[in-house]
Design a protein around this ligand. Structure first.
Ligand code: ZN
Length: 265
């Protein structure tokens, strides 16, 4: 059976409270072994830690999402920095910082978004942890900050930009996070870009409960959809599903410094 790693799913969200355990065991029966849950703000860390202790194969990241940047973010950054000094999960279960980044479509103060993002990049650089980047319409600003803080490991989450921009990220050691968007009816440009990308530094993620694939439009997305997304990617690349599944699983483990055996405790 193929192994899968959903490198970006918000399983801490309330919409999973009713059936999280059942969903995770369904996923594991399908070969989906590992799940990375990015944080959206500091206050969720307690819930993320609980999920780690209750469920095998669950990994977490710590960070502040641009959607949640507000006047409390500066004090949250201090809390985050303190937390990272004492957490005993770093490197074992806490395997990245994020999700963090810049979003031009979001109404939160852009200067503040930049500051919150920068401070997190500084922490990632200090701790040598990969980062999970949320980027909408801010390619150059994000690339400049990665260079400035010398951050060279991470993933550009939910990528749907150009092949050239993907390569700018790959050149800097970053991975490209692909998900349900490749199945969207109107996403021909994304499919063309993905076909050129190949599998180098590519990982698969769902962003559940959001970014639902075409066949779930308007409904809750879950990590179960990685299987069909990988199959679709295999079709686009004209490669066997097993080759694609193995490669993106290995890519994900490499990116986050985990062994590729899929044996989780
Ligand atoms: Zn997300």
């Amino acid at each position: 059976m193929n192994q899968y790693f959903d490198t970006h799913c918000h399983l801490d969200f309330d919409c999973f409270d009713g059936d999280r355990a059942g969903l995770l065991s369904r996923c594991k029966a399908l070969g989906i072994q590992r799940f990375l849950i990015p944080a959206t703000r500091f206050s969720v860390m307690e819930k993320l830690e609980t999920l780690v202790s209750c469920h095998q194969g669950v990994y977490i990241a710590a960070g502040i999402h641009p959607f949640f940047v507000d006047k409390t973010s500066l004090s949250d950054l201090s809390l985050l920095s303190e937390y990272l000094k004492t957490s005993n999960l770093i490197g074992s279960k806490l395997i990245a910082l994020g999700e963090m980044g810049l979003d031009k479509f979001c109404s939160n103060d852009f200067g503040l978004q930049k500051e919150v993002f920068s401070r997190q990049l500084e922490m990632a650089s200090r701790l040598s942890l990969p980062v999970i980047i949320h980027n909408r319409k801010c390619d150059q600003a994000v690339l400049d900050l990665l260079d400035y803080f010398n951050v060279n490991k991470g993933v550009v989450h939910g990528f749907s930009g150009s092949y050239e921009i993907a390569n700018e990220f790959r050149k800097r050691g970053f991975y490209i996070g692909l998900g349900g968007v490749i199945s969207w009816e109107n996403a021909n440009k994304v499919r063309q870009m993905v076909t050129r990308l190949g599998l180098t530094q590519v990982v698969i993620e769902t962003d559940a409960p959001d970014m639902s694939p075409e066949w779930l439009k308007g409904k809750r997305n879950t990590p179960e959809t990685v299987i069909k997304v990988v199959a679709l990617l295999a079709e686009l690349l004209q490669l066997p599903v097993t080759t694609v599944a193995d490669t993106v699983y290995r890519n994900s483990c490499n990116l986050f410094g985990l062994d590729g055996l899929g044996q989780d405790v």
